[in-house]
Structure formats: structure tokens, C-alpha cells
Write a protein that binds this ligand. Structure first.
Ligand code: DGJ
Length: 780
């Protein structure tokens, strides 16, 4: 890992190499992050910054090193006030606001595996067979401060994780204003920055832009990792080279990308300094969240696949790691708050008939909750709605052969609640100032141990007697009026970090007490889809928006940073409740199937044909579930491009089986031909390729039915409705035997799409938002 002679640190995974070296002044110069380099051939001379003459208006490190200009050096971690005028990774205020900081290498050690840390933050894990850790200890040249830079190298995933730890060895307090988890300095600026941005119901849409001189910031300040800007970012080059970064943290984060006047690029990731400060007591230490980095020459797909491997192997833990996730029904969009015991049991019965495996009771089961104005905090059953109690409902569901799941939103309190009456001071609010409000609710002060103890007791009591198998942990507002009576907190700049540490501690206890329960995190959909939550909860509710078209964008963006096994995806009603868009039931399934499948609609109201369709969907999903949740995923055609088509593929590890989604946004009139070209196949194999058979609602044809019907059929009339309930058309007949090579390099020209001039058994009827799943089976 390190060559003493060269003072070179070489962190190599199977396919990547990361290099840095100690300069003559004891600083760390970053040299390279890219394709694997064989160790014998590395020349530091070739990679290091050349500095034989000074640069104009530059500040040299000192008079002994008149040509060492930090502002034009790639560094592993920056200095402050020593001539580097880019954004610094460290900002600590000491001695009445002094800020100058200069850390140089003191020692280093290499540890097998990944030792656990003290920070109380969630982190990745691995043992000596999967990873190795390097810790480089730096010392401030004039102050009693030390800084440890820790790198863990995960060989198989091609991922390196990084964190920083500050030790205050002095007798005085210092205030940390910024301490990045990782800094990555790159020596050219020909990168594009890819981020995942949005809002409620349109989370993580992918955006790409070229770098420009100055600073770009991707951050959150609302107290959650946020749907606004996910902490996962990528830098990608025209030639396919891609670097990915993410942060194991669920609160305010900042990713800063700075293009310097010398064409170098600095990337910082970590806690957002805009909403952070931390008073570090003498002899105390502070550790940052862990950042994860990957490199791939194979564009965004290659970097995503590295992240997927890493998350499935080194973030997700417990008995649900690599375990197939159940198909669920959630009553939220079926009933909202308006349900009775009978209604729920009927829903559960019908779901069991359809093949659904887990029944989830969502919001409205507790306190006096009939809308969103009351009862958060009172985690006892609403006796009017569930007179036989949760135990009985759970028993009924279990009797039907299904698992039982429950929704909770523990971090919140309603003013209309017993909890607020008893403990008004547990609510986050500033004394004497009227608090701002979100969804009629307020946040509990999880920095306080007594609040966490109350929640642990209340929740574990309910979960025990209701015999739960699954918990949906929701969080439906973000922060305002940050304040706490917690005496440990020396400065209110600590609030957000202490809050998230409090939440993590509570989750650690609850997940340990309920090791077999499957947890799904949620924050008004995907407002907290991050690696921190995934350390406790193996799946996340991706978005409240389940519209098939919107989901192409949402799932596409989410899949860049996170594997399909983590993405909750439901089939809901049409017209969709968020967009009012009408989409076909089969398309809603085809897209939801690329994730952890669920249903969220009133299945008791389905027509016969719809029930048959859903039964077939669930049977198909179960038969291919391991592939759909854990296969190698590739985005072949992007929703966010100018193309009208979206193609996703998921392949088994040995590439003997693939499922390929072909979806179109709008129906192109008089279309040309559509081609399926997929490169993640076994080039030497022969495949059988055919579409999943799906049902076509005859209503799609409207008045055209009169061209073939002996009796008149009015569009929207009773006759059309009756026929549509009784009869559906089979989707097209299409079948190929084709070599992997041909699929990869030539592609398959698919059957003609319906174009208004005729119809036969071969015609692909897709319409707007139509889609198919193609099955590839290796036969030779
Ligand atoms: C927001 C979630 O995203 C929904 O799925 C649902 O659980 C509601 N909260 C319930 O209030």
C-alpha cells in the first residue's frame, strides 16, 4: 500500500488506483485517481506538479520553498491561510478567531479490515478479506491539533471510503466551522458535473452540466439529505471516465466543486458548513461522516454498478441483506385516513388472493388521527377505527399467510396530542418565538436522551404486541426554529448534527431490538434517500409519485447512486393521484418491477381482468425477483435525454438471463422501427428473446372498435365498458433466437408499432406511456 522510499501511498482496488505522496514539506500531494496502474511502473516525477519557478501573485509556502504554491497543487486535504485560495476542507476557529491552519504528516498506519469508530455515525463495514484501512495522522505545525485522514479500500467494489477526525490536544476549546469528509483535487477541468435534484414528487431527476470557472454547490440546509439535491454526485468525461462520490449522512450536506484559475478542480463533500459549527472541548475529538468514492472508465453505468455492489455488500446489513424483499400492499392511496377494520381486512384478503406477501397499514391508525392535524406522538391504537386492536388485525393478516407491517412517524409531534400536552418543551421551537409549521406538525427534539427513551419505549411496546414484520418510518416535514434545551449543546450550530446523531442512536437501538423486522425509510417519499438511512433500513420509499412516466425519471436518477434492492416502487391507481395522468396498468407494473415491488390502490375495486393482470404481474415478479432486485443494472437509453424512449436492462451475474424494459414517453405517429440493442450480454451465448405477455385493454382503441364490431360501441359507453371487463387482447407475438454478439452490436429490430393503418397479432400496441419487458434467456 505504501512505498517508504518514494513516500508514495497507493490505494488500489481490482480496477482502480488512487495515489498520493508526501511532499518535501510533509504535505500530501494528490497524484492520480483512475484506471488500475501496476505498481512497478509508477513514477511520482511524472505525476507530481512541476515547480521550478514561481507563479505571478502567488504566495509560496515559505522562503525555503519559494516555488511551492498550494493554490496550484492537488492536495489530499487543504491548508487554510497558507496560500491556497480555493475553498478549504478545514476551517477551525481558535484564539479569538484565528483561522490559519497547516497540517503536515506525522505518522501513518495500515490496519486490516475496517475498525469501528466512536462517532455514533452509521458507516460502511467490511472485514480483512474485503477491505484494508490506511490512517494518515497529520499534526498542525504550531497548534496542539491533530487530524487523521482515514481511507478504507474495498477491493471488490472498486470503492474507497474516506473520513477525517480532528483531535484537540490543547487545554482550550476550538470551534470547528468546517471539516470535510473528503477532498478530491483533479488536475484537469474537462469534466461534467452530474447531480440529482428535484422536490417532493419529482425526486432525483438527473442533471448534467460542464464545469465553469468558480464554484458550484450541491447541498441541503433543511435538516434532511433532501429531494432538492441528493448527496450523490458524479464527474464524468466525454471519454467515459467517471468519478462518483456519496456521503453516509442523512442531514445537511454540501458537495462543492471549484474550478480554479489554473484549470484544476477541487471537490469537497461533507457536513454543510452553512448550518454547522461544533465546539470541541480540550482532549476531545470530532469525526466526520464517511464519504465514498469510486472511479470507472465505463461512464455513469460503470460507476453506478460499483456503488450498487458496495451498497449491497457493505452498507445493507442484517438478515435482509441480499434477501428477496416481499411484494407489499400499502393502504395509503387505497383509503388515506378513511378506513375501518372491515375495509382493511377485505383489502388484506384480496391482496392475499393476488399473491401479495406483506400488508402495510399506513397513517391514521393511532391516537385520534382522522386527518393530518392531530395525534403524532401518541403511539397507541385509535379504538374507534380499530376496535379489535392492532393485535387482532395483525393476527388476521398473519392468518392469511401474509406479513404485517405498520407505518410510524416517530420524529414528529402534533399540537393536538397527549404528548404535546405533557411535554411541550420536547418540541423543537425557540422560547418566545412562534414556530414555523409543516403539514400541521412539529419536530421532536431528538438531541435529548429523554425524548429518545420515550420513543424507544412507545414504539417497541406497539411493535411487540402488534407482532410486526415490517416498519415504514416516515418523516413529513423539515426543520425550522432550531433550538434545544439539551445542556450538552454548547452552540446552536451543533443542533442539526446532534439531532441526526440522536436519530441514529434511536435507530441503532430499535433495529437491534427488532433484528428480523424489515424497515423501509420514507420522508414524504424520497426526501431522505441516503446511505445513512440505508445503514439501518434496507429499503427506502423512492417517491410518493407513482405515475409511470414520472417514475422513469425518478427511478433513473435514483438508480445512479443506489441499487434496485433499495428502491420501493408501487403500482397505484389511474388516473394517478399526483399527476392525474392516465397510464396503463401493465406499464405501471413494468416500471415498478425495476425496484422493490408493491401495490398501493384499492384492490377490492379491481375488475376481473385487472385482477388477472395483477396476479400474472406478481407471479412474473416473484419468478424474476432475485434478478430484478440484485442483478447488474444498466441504463441503456435515458429518460432525461431528447429521446422518446427509455431502455433499462438488468442481468444475472453470469448473464444467462436478462430483463430489458422498453418504454416510450409518447406514441410517435406513423413510427419507424424500434431497436433493442443491449451490450451487457454474454457475447458468446445464444439467447431466446421474447416480451412478457401483457393484456391490452380494448378501450385503447376507442371508436375504432366499430370497424370490427357487428354492434355499435360508443366510446365511454356501457357496451365498451362491459366488453373491456370481459375481454382483453393479448400483446404481440414476437420471438427471436439470437447471439449475444448480435444483440450487443447489431440489436433487434422489434415488431411494428401500431400506426393507425391496421392491426394484427404481431402489432405492438403501446400508446402513450406504453412499455414492454423483454426476457432474454441463454439457451447455448
Ligand atoms: C408520506 C408518505 O410518503 C406516504 O407514503 C404516506 O405514508 C403519508 N406520508 C402518510 O401520511
Amino acid at each position: 500500500m505504501i512505498s517508504k522510499k518514494d513516500r508514495l501511498f497507493n490505494l488500489s482496488t481490482k480496477k482502480t488506483t488512487y495515489l498520493f505522496a508526501i511532499t518535501e514539506t510533509g504535505h500530501l500531494e494528490h497524484l492520480y485517481y483512475g484506471r488500475y496502474l501496476s505498481k512497478e511502473t509508477i513514477s511520482i516525477d511524472a505525476l507530481a506538479e512541476k515547480r521550478s519557478i514561481s507563479i505571478g501573485t502567488g504566495t509560496a509556502y515559505d522562503s525555503d520553498h519559494p516555488t511551492l504554491f498550494f493554490t496550484n497543487l492537488c492536495m489530499e486535504y487543504s491548508t487554510m491561510g497558507k496560500g491556497d485560495y480555493r475553498e478549504s476542507s478545514v476551517d477551525i476557529s481558535y484564539s479569538r478567531g484565528m483561522q490559519t491552519l497547516d497540517f503536515i504528516v506525522k505518522s501513518y498506519r495500515i490496519l486490516p479490515g475496517k475498525p469501528r469508530t466512536f462517532s455514533g455515525l452509521p458507516e460502511s463495514y467490511g472485514d480483512k478479506s474485503t477491505c484494508t484501512t490506511l490512517e494518515v495522522m497529520l499534526k498542525e505545525t504550531c497548534l496542539p491539533l491533530r487530524l487523521a485522514l482515514t481511507y478504507t479500500v474495498f477491493e471488490d467494489s472498486n470503492v474507497i471510503t474516506r473520513r477525517a477526525t480532528l483531535y484537540n490536544d490543547s487545554t482550550e476549546e476550538v470551534t470547528i466551522k468546517n471539516l470535510a469528509s473528503a477532498q478530491l483535487d483533479l488536475d484537469t477541468d474537462d469534466w461534467k458535473l452530474v447531480t440529482f435534484d428535484g422536490a417532493w414528487s419529482r425526486e432525483r431527476y438527473m442533471h448534467e452540466r460542464p464545469l465553469a470557472p468558480g464554484i458550484m454547490i450541491n447541498d441541503s440546509k433543511s435538516g434532511v439529505s433532501s429531494a432538492d439535491h441528493n448527496p450523490c454526485i458524479f464527474l464524468t468525461k466525454e471519454n467515459g471516465e467517471t468519478i462518483g462520490m456519496n456521503l453516509i449522512y442523512s442531514s445537511n450536506h454540501r458537495e462543492l466543486v471549484e474550478t480554479s484559475p489554473y484549470g484544476k478542480v477541487r471537490v469537497l463533500t461533507g457536513i454543510n458548513p452553512a448550518t454547522f459549527s461544533w465546539v470541541l472541548a480540550p482532549q476531545d475529538r470530532f469525526q466526520t461522516p464517511e464519504a465514498i468514492l469510486t472511479y470507472s472508465p465505463d461512464a455513469l453505468n460503470g460507476a453506478s454498478q460499483n456503488f450498487h455492489h458496495f451498497i449491497n455488500n457493505h452498507i445493507i446489513r442484517g438478515p435482509w441483506k441480499f434477501r428477496e424483499r416481499p411484494v407489499l400492499i400499502n393502504n395509503w392511496e387505497a383509503t388515506y385516513f378513511k378506513f375501518t377494520e372491515d375495509k382493511l381486512i377485505n383489502l388484506a384478503k384480496e391482496s392475499a388472493n393476488l399473491g401479495i406477501e406483506l400488508f402495510v397499514l399506513d397513517d391514521g391508525w393511532f391516537g385520534l388521527r382522522n386527518d393530518d392535524t392531530t395525534s403524532l406522538g401518541d403511539w397507541t391504537v385509535n379504538p374507534k377505527k380499530l376496535p379489535s386492536g392492532l393485535e387482532n388485525l395483525s393476527l388476521e393478516v398473519h392468518r392469511l399467510g401474509m406479513m404485517f407491517g405498520l407505518w410510524v412517524e416517530p420524529e414528529m409531534v402534533s399540537i393536538e396530542s397527549q404528548l404535546y400536552k405533557k411535554h411541550p418543551d420536547w418540541m423543537v421551537a425557540i422560547p418566545g418565538r412562534r414556530p414555523s409549521v409543516g403539514r400541521n406538525q412539529y419536530i421532536l427534539d431528538l438531541t435529548r436522551p429523554d425524548v429518545r427513551d420515550y420513543l424507544f419505549k412507545q414504539l417497541s411496546d406497539v411493535w411487540h404486541f402488534a407482532n410486526v414484520n415490517y416498519i415504514k418510518w416516515d418523516m413529513n416535514r423539515v426543520f425550522s426554529d432550531m433550538y434545544s434545551t439539551n445542556r450538552e449543546m454548547k452552540d446552536h450550530g451543533e443542533f442539526f448534527h446532534r439531532y441526526i446523531l440522536g436519530l441514529y442512536e434511536l435507530l441503532e437501538k430499535l433495529t437491534a431490538a427488532f433484528p428480523n423486522v424489515l424497515f423501509e425509510s420514507c420522508a414524504s417519499g424520497g426526501n431522505r434517500f441516503d446511505l445513512g438511512m440505508l445503514c439501518y433500513m434496507p429499503q427506502t420509499w423512492t417517491s410518493d409519485n407513482t405515475d409511470a412516466l414520472s417514475r422513469l425519471y425518478i427511478q433513473e436518477g435514483t438508480s445512479c447512486g443506489y441499487p434496485l434492492s433499495t428502491m420501493g416502487s408501487h403500482v397505484s391507481d389511474s388516473p394517478n393521484h399526483q399527476t392525474l395522468r392516465r397510464t396503463d396498468l401493465e406499464s405501471r407494473f413494468n416500471i415498478a418491477a425495476f425496484g422493490v415491488l408493491g401495490y398501493e390502490l384499492d384492490v377490492t375495486k379491481l375488475k376481473g381482468q385487472q385482477k388477472d393482470a395483477i396476479k400474472a404481474q406478481i407471479a412474473f415478479y416473484k419468478a424474476h425477483r432475485a434478478l430484478l432486485q440484485y442483478g447488474t443494472f444498466t441504463r441503456v437509453k435515458l429518460a432525461n435525454s431528447t429521446s422518446n424512449q427509455v431502455v433499462w436492462a438488468v442481468a444475472s451475474q453470469d448473464k444467462s438471463e436478462l430483463l430489458v424494459l422498453f418504454a416510450q414517453k409518447l406514441n410517435p405517429s406513423n413510427p419507424g422501427s424500434d431497436k433493442l440493442r443491449v451490450e451487457i450480454v454474454d457475447l458468446n451465448a445464444v439467447y431466446e428473446v421474447f416480451p412478457r405477455q401483457q393484456r391490452i385493454d380494448i378501450k385503447m382503441f376507442g371508436n375504432l372498435l366499430n370497424q370490427v364490431s357487428p354492434l355499435p360501441i360508443t366510446e365511454g359507453g356501457i357496451a365498451q365498458d362491459t366488453i373491456s371487463k370481459a375481454v382483453t387482447l393479448d400483446s404481440e407475438v414476437e420471438h427471436y433466437r439470437v447471439t449475444g454478439e448480435q444483440v450487443a452490436w447489431a440489436g433487434i429490430k422489434l415488431n411494428q408499432q401500431f400506426g393507425g393503418t391496421g392491426y394484427d397479432a404481431m402489432t405492438r400496441v403501446l400508446g402513450d406511456f406504453g412499455s414492454r419487458i423483454y426476457i432474454f434467456k441463454k439457451i447455448k
